[in-house]
Ligand binder design. Sequence first.
Ligand SMILES: Nc1nc2c(ncn2[C@@H]2O[C@H](COP(=O)(O)OP(=O)(O)OP(=O)(O)O)[C@@H](O)[C@H]2O)c(=O)[nH]1
Ligand SMILES: [Mg+2]
Length: 229
Amino acid sequence: MNRIVVEQKVLNENQRIAAELRERFRQSNVFCLNLVSSPGSGKTSLLERTLEAWSHTSRVAILTGDIQTENDARRLARFGFPVRQITTGGTCHLDAKMIQKHLAGWNLSDVDLLLIENVGNLVCPSSYDLGEDAKVVLLSVTEGDDKPLKYPSMFAKSEVMVLNKMDLLPYVQFSLEQARENARRVHPGIEIIELSCTTRDGLDRWLNWLQSRRPGTPVASSGAGVNSL
Ligand SMILES: Nc1nc2c(ncn2[C@@H]2O[C@H](COP(=O)(O)OP(=O)(O)OP(=O)(O)O)[C@@H](O)[C@H]2O)c(=O)[nH]1
Ligand SMILES: [Mg+2]
């Protein structure tokens, strides 16, 4: 019983800070995406493929969450955009306060698109609003097509499901049809984008979705993400 009361307070406080962040993003015209998935589904890989498609002059910034390491920030820093690692020290999700703290010193009027990579976890991040415009959930074909039903909150709250590692489809027991149906059972309107961060097939659909959702996001430089599944 006590645990429920404490959780409620934490979530209310998070909601308050998330609302402040959302207002700041609105005032600075920043479009913010929160990428969520199990560990290893390919969040950092998708960000790598996305950043490499854009010119360095694009007004993009990235916050990446991890329980312990700075590996992801190091991977993403290679593309020349401002990147900050949020190391949670054990906490299994990002919260709005962490975002607020790690935005310090960044002038949001210089940013059109803020990409947040959440900690790899298909449960907890769904409870913590970060002030984002949209959540994007990644599911890789190695994880099983039943995941939308087993972890419904994450899929219900996400605008898009990116089905990643499509290059591995021939080698695993994963029904695309079932995965799509399961996702639509928990979220009838969910957008589904199938791609492979390794082969880059399907990446154009992801880049096009970003463009359509937020006109003004960078256009892919020629040759990037041109293959379709
Ligand atoms: N075959 C294949 N491997 C992929 C693909 N995308 C990512 N990987 C591999 O999957 C592993 C995990 O990818 P990451 O991008 O680090 O995944 P993540 O979701 O950021 O992981 P966490 O930050 O630990 O939650 C790496 O070895 C990637 O090379 C893909 O499309 N196909
Ligand atoms: Mg990562």
